[in-house]
Design a protein around this ligand. Structure first.
Ligand code: M6R
Length: 622
C-alpha cells in the first residue's frame, strides 16, 4: 500500500526522492516523509546527528511545503508515502521512523504482525516510542542488535527480520555510515534500479524508469546492502548468497505521465482502444485462424484435462473473474468457481488434482491474492496468473500466465486494467475451448473478428463522452444509485457501482437485475437513479421486463443499450448507446460508459479522482 523510495549517488538527493514520492503517491497518500544522510559533516559524532528528517501528514505537496527552503544535502536518502495501518495518519506516525539514539531511519511497507510482543519486550529493556506504528518497533530492534556490537547494519537487519512475522519492504539508513542503504522484502514489492555509479530503490518501477532501465527485483526474504563503495550485495535472511539478476524495464516514461489529461483516470479510460489492441497483438492470429497464448500452449494437456477452474481476485479483478466464469462456461465448458481471494485464503477449500487456479491482479501484489495462490499451490493446484505489472510477485510465483499489457495504471480506480483482463480471459476461454473441442473454427474465427473490432468500437463510445457528462450533471447530487444487469452484464453492474462509489463516495450497489424483486426494489423512488445495462443479448427481453418493473415504481432509469435500440430506450430517462458485438464481449463496451460517468460525477463533486480517500492502488496488506 505504501510507497517506498531511495537513492544513492551523485544527483541532489532530495529532488530524486520527492519526484519518486510523487510517482508513488498513488500507492498511499495520507502522509509522507524523507530522511537524508551523508551531508557535509566530518566526524562520526557529528554524522550521528546528521540524519536530516522531514515528515508530514497529508499529500506529498504538504511535505514539500513543510521542507520549505531547507536544502538537506547528502548522497543517500530514503522516502515514504503512507497508507495507514497501525496508527492514525499524522506527523508522528509518518515514516521514516528513527531509532531511539536518532542514528537510524527506516521506512516500511507492510505489517509487522508480532509488533506488539516485540514492543513490550523492548519497552521492558528501556526503549520508548514516539509513534503508534508497528514500523517503529523494527528500527528499535535493529538499533538494539547493533548496540550489542559485533555486527554491521546489514547483519543487524537480517537478525532483526528473523524475529519478525508479517510482510515488509524496508529500507534503512545509518547516519554514521552515510554511503549505504540496507533493504529487504517479504510479501511486499521492492525493485532496485542500477544506474551508472548510482542506485535507486522503489516499491515499483515508476520512480526508476526515467533514470535507468536496469533493475533487480528483490525476492522474498532477501536482504540487500547497497553501498556507493562496494556496490550491491544480496543475502537471504539465513545468510545464503544471492547473485543479483539484472532485468530490463520495458516501461516508457510517457506511460507514467498524464500526457495532457487532467487526471490519470481519464487518460487511462481513453487509452483502452490502445491497451486492448496491445493485449490482442500477437495473440489473435486471423491469418492462421487461431489464438496463441504461450502460457496455455506450454500446458495444453493440463488445460485439456482440467476438471475445474477456480478464479481468485479482489475488487475489480474479482469482477473480471465473474465475467470469466461466463466465458469459460460458454466456450470451454469447464466448471468455474470465482472466489474473493480474501475469503478463499482462509477457507479449507477442496482442491483436486487437475484443478487450475487463475489469479487475476492488476498490480500482481495484492496481499490476499498472493496468499491465496500460495495456499492453492501448496495444495497442488496449478496457478495461472493474469497480471498487468510485469515482474510482479503474483506473475513470478504463478506456474504460468498471461500479461494483460495494459501499461501502467496509476489512477486508483481500475479502468483499462479491467478491460484488458476481460480481453485476456476471453482469449483464454476461447483458446482452451478450442483445445477441448468445444469451439469450432467458425466460432473461433467469428470471435477473433469481433475481438479485433473492439478497439474501434471503444473509440466510438468515447466519442459520446459529452453526452455522458450531461447525464453525470443530472445525477451527481444523488445520494444513492443502483446498477443492474444480467448475464455478462451482471459483473458490469457490480463494476459500475464500485467505480461510482470509490471515486465519488456516492453509495452505489450492483445487482443482477432480477434480484431487485427480492429486496432492493424497496429502495426505488423518484430520487433513485437506476443504471441498467440493457444491451441486445441473450437476456435482453428479461432485462426490459426488469426495467418495466422499475419504471412502474417511478425509478429514474439510465440505460446502456445497443446502438439503434428502441424498446429498452423507450423506458429510459437517459440512454447511452454502445456498438453491437458478440454477447461474450459486451462487457468490454458496456463498462466504458460507467467509467466515464463515475469520472465526471467525481470531478463535478470535486473529489480527488486519482487518489480517492482511504484507498490505495496496490493493497499489499490483508
Ligand atoms: O491489483 P489488483 O487487481 O489485485 O487490485 C485489486 C483491487 O484492489 C482493485 O481492483 C480495486 O478494487 C480497484 N481500485 C477498483 O477500481
Amino acid at each position: 500500500m505504501c510507497g517506498i523510495v531511495g537513492y544513492l549517488g551523485e544527483r541532489p538527493v532530495m529532488p530524486v526522492l520527492i519526484k519518486g514520492l510523487q510517482r508513488l503517491e498513488y500507492r498511499g497518500y495520507d502522509s509522507s516523509g524523507i530522511a537524508i544522510v551523508g551531508g557535509p559533516t566530518s566526524s562520526t559524532e557529528a554524522r550521528a546527528n546528521a540524519l536530516q528528517l522531514f515528515k508530514r501528514k497529508g499529500k506529498v505537496q504538504d511535505l514539500i511545503d513543510h521542507i520549505g527552503g531547507a536544502k538537506p544535502e547528502g548522497k543517500v536518502g530514503i522516502g515514504h508515502t503512507r497508507w495507514a495501518t497501525h496508527g492514525a495518519p499524522n506527523d508522528l506516525n509518518a515514516h521514516p521512523h528513527r531509532s531511539g539514539n536518532g542514528r537510524l531511519a527506516l521506512i516500511h511497507n507492510g505489517i509487522i504482525e508480532n509488533y506488539h510482543a516485540i514492543k513490550e519486550s523492548l519497552i521492558q529493556r528501556g526503549h520508548t516510542f514516539e509513534s503508534d506504528t508497528d514500523t517503529e518497533v523494527l528500527v528499535h530492534l535493529i538499533e538494539e542488535i547493533l548496540a550489542g556490537g559485533d555486527c554491521d547494519l546489514f547483519k543487524a537487519v537480517r537478525l532483526a527480520l528473523s524475529e519478525v512475522d508479517g510482510a515488509y519492504a524496508i529500507a534503512v539508513v545509518d547516519a554514521t555510515s552515510p554511503g549505504e542503504v540496507v533493504v529487504a522484502r517479504k510479501s511486499s514489492p521492492l525493485v532496485l534500479g542500477i544506474g551508472d555509479g548510482e542506485y535507486f530503490i522503489a516499491s515499483d518501477a515508476t520512480p526508476i524508469v526515467e533514470y535507468t532501465k536496469n533493475v533487480v527485483y528483490l525476492e522474498d526474504e532477501e536482504v540487500a546492502r547497497i553501498s556507493l563503495e562496494d556496490g550491491l550485495k544480496i543475502l537471504t535472511i539465513n545468510n545464503n548468497t544471492v547473485t543479483p539478476v539484472i532485468e530490463a524495464l520495458e516501461v516508457e516514461i510517457e506511460a507514467i505521465e498524464k500526457g495532457g489529461y487532467e487526471h490519470f483516470m481519464l487518460k487511462e479510460i481513453h487509452e483502452q482502444p490502445r491497451s486492448i489492441a496491445d493485449c490482442l497483438r500477437g495473440r489473435v492470429r486471423l491469418d492462421h485462424g487461431k489464438i496463441t497464448m504461450a502460457g496455455i500452449d506450454d500446458h495444453t494437456e493440463m488445460w485439456t484435462q482440467a476438471q475445474r477452474v477456480i478464479i481468485v481476485g479482489c475488487g475489480t479483478s474479482w469482477h473480471a473473474g465473474l465475467v470469466a466464469e461466463y466465458l469459460f462456461e460458454d466456450f470451454a465448458r469447464i466448471p468455474v468457481e470465482v472466489e474473493y481471494a480474501s475469503e478463499f485464503r482462509y477457507r479449507n477449500p477442496v482442491i483436486n488434482k487437475g484443478d487450475i487456479v487463475i489469479a487475476i491482479s492488476q498490480s500482481g501484489e495484492t496481499a490476499d491474492t498472493l496468499a491465496a495462490i500460495r495456499m492453492a499451490k501448496e495444495r497442488g493446484a496449478h496457478i495461472f496468473g493474469v497480471c498487468n505489472v510485469v515482474g510482479s510477485s503474483i506473475s513470478r510465483e504463478a506456474d504460468s500466465g498471461a500479461y494483460t499489457h495494459a501499461g501502467p495504471e496509476i489512477g486508483v480506480a481500475s479502468t483499462k486494467a479491467f478491460t484488458a483482463q476481460v480481453t485476456v480471459l476471453a482469449l483464454l476461454a476461447l483458446r482452451v475451448g478450442w483445445l477441448r473441442g468445444e469451439v469450432d473454427s467458425a466460432m473461433l474465427a467469428r470471435m477473433m473478428v469481433e475481438l479485433q473490432a473492439i478497439p474501434d468500437k471503444i473509440e466510438v463510445l468515447l466519442s459520446q463522452e459529452e453526452k455522458v457528462r450531461e447525464i453525470a450533471k443530472a445525477y451527481c447530487q444523488a445520494p444513492n444509485a443502483l446498477f443492474l444487469g444480467r448475464g455478462y452484464n451482471f459483473p458490469v453492474a457490480l463494476e459500475g457501482a464500485l467505480k461510482l462509489k470509490e471515486i465519488s463516495y456516492i453509495h452505489a450497489e450492483g445487482y443482477p437485475a432480477a434480484e431487485i424483486k427480492h429486496g432492493p426494489i424497496a429502495l426505488i423512488d423518484e430520487d433513485m437513479p437506476i443504471f441498467f445495462v440493457a444491451t441486445q443479448d441473450a437476456h435482453y427481453e428479461k432485462v426490459v421486463s426488469n426495467m418495466q418493473e422499475v419504471k412502474a415504481r417511478g425509478g429514474r432509469i439510465i440505460a446502456v443499450v445497443t446502438r439503434g435500440d428502441t424498446q429498452a430506450a423507450a423506458l429510459a430517462n437517459h440512454v447511452i448507446e454502445v456498438p453491437k458485438t458478440a454477447d461474450a464481449l459486451v462487457p468490454l463496451l458496456s463498462t466504458v460508459p460507467f467509467q466515464l460517468l463515475s469520472y465526471h460525477i467525481a470531478v463535478m463533486l470535486e473529489r480527488n479522482v486519482d487518489q480517492p480517500r482511504n484507498l490505495a492502488k496496490s493493497v499489499t496488506v490483508e
